[in-house]
Design a protein around this ligand. Structure first.
Ligand code: F0G
Length: 375
């Protein structure tokens, strides 16, 4: 059996890569698609729910899929530095892949509003962390402006190579299920990931033997259509946190707020693309309250053994509600992306835990009492 060497190697015939391109990889991709057992039973509904556990990527989020491509291409094009604005996960991935490539990463993060694990990653990988006195959207604006004047490559999802890398998650799902799911649910911030998945599903939905390369509405000419293995495409469903839900409001939100700091974004960068995805796939957007998001995070952790960060749980929170009310009908196959690992944000997890940590003396009796009292 061949060693797994990352998603660019695995899908090199579908990515804008040359034979001699030096690939910057940490073995990202190839994440587990886990079928939920207990939650569908609790709902009492006949649905197949799978979660794509993207938290198991090297830096703990789906951003690694895009970052391996963006940094590989930046290095190929001679760039010595990359830059991004981030709510935390992009900066963690940028920092790690820049370290791997031997280049510099500058990351702009909103002051006080990123989870501890993500900050630790950016600092540990040696990136230059600029804490902005403003939110993600302010940072993003600055990044676009400074890239006009300084020799840095933007690795936010407005970099088209990011979406090319991220589309591979859809390939993996189709290969594992043998078809596309009926519904694919994602948390939406900038809406890059929902767009990337749609690109991937579209590529794999064409059965043609001949692969042709041409521009679609999303890919700036980087996609390779045809040679796919399935005939169907899912309805793409995007869920946002209520306090940061521009797609629900139909307009940009100036002061986004949510406990799910990863998706605390009011001015999505892939605004037009995401509306198009919704229209082409017959999907929809909806919102979840912070309480609903945290409840879903806890449910996954307690009932399925899967720990994701709050933003990730938004996909499951929304999907469960749509299954309950029948908008997602029984008999459906549903995939929810769990975008980031729960360990990214230990503070929020500990804060919302209801089970107390019991302090006991270092004595056999005390342990026995605790066991008998909790069985
Ligand atoms: N889930 C997590 C855990 C994220 O970190 C993000 C985005 C999203 C969902 C939303 O994905 O933006 O493609 O719609 N995080 C970015 C960051 C903004 O800077 O890490 P999207």
């Amino acid at each position: 059996r061949q060693r797994y060497t990352g998603l660019i190697d695995r899908y090199r015939d579908r990515l804008p890569i040359h034979d001699d391109t030096r690939i910057i990889s940490l073995g990202e991709g190839n994440t587990p698609l886990i079928r939920l057992h207990h939650i569908p039973k609790m709902l009492g509904k006949e649905v197949d729910i799978y979660v794509k556990y993207e938290g198991l990527n090297p830096t703990g989020s789906f951003k690694d899929r895009g970052m391996t491509m963006a940094v590989t291409k930046a290095v190929e094009e001679g760039s010595r530095a990359i830059i991004c604005a981030s709510t935390g996960n992009t900066s963690a991935a940028a920092a790690a892949y820049a370290a791997r490539a031997g280049i510099t990463a500058f990351v702009l993060i909103p002051e006080g509003k990123i989870a501890q694990g993500k900050l630790a990653q950016a600092m540990m990988h040696g990136s230059i962390v600029l804490q902005v006195q403003g939110n993600f959207d302010a940072g993003m604006k600055l990044v676009k402006e400074v890239a006009e004047e300084a020799p840095v490559t933007i690795v936010n999802s407005i970099n088209p190579y990011r979406l090319q890398g991220q589309k591979t998650a859809a390939f993996e799902i189709v290969e594992e299920l043998g078809r596309a799911p009926d519904y694919h649910c994602l948390p939406v911030g900038n809406a890059g990931n929902i767009t990337a998945h749609w690109i991937g599903y579209c590529e794999y939905s064409r059965r043609d033997d001949e692969i042709v390369t041409h521009a679609c509405a999303f890919c700036e000419g980087h996609c390779r259509f045809g040679g796919g293995i399935t005939g169907n495409r899912p309805k793409m469903v995007g869920y946002q946190a209520s306090g940061s839900a521009p797609f629900l409001r139909g307009a940009m939100v100036d002061n986004p707020e949510t406990v799910a700091t990863a998706i605390r974004i009011g001015h999505p960068q892939s605004w037009g693309q995401a509306w198009r995805v919704q229209e082409e796939s017959n999907g929809w957007f909806d919102e979840c309250s912070d309480a609903e998001i945290l409840a879903a995070q806890k449910l996954l952790a307690e009932k399925e053994g899967i720990f994701c960060e709050p933003a990730s749980a938004t996909s499951v929170s929304g999907a469960l509600r749509d299954i309950e009310r029948g908008r997602i009908p029984e008999g459906s196959t549903v995939v929810c992306t769990l975008t980031g690992h729960g360990l990214k944000d230990p503070d929020t997890a500990i804060k919302q835990s209801t089970r107390p940590v019991l302090t006991i003396p270092a004595e056999l009796d005390a342990v026995k009492r605790a066991i008998l009292g909790n069985l």
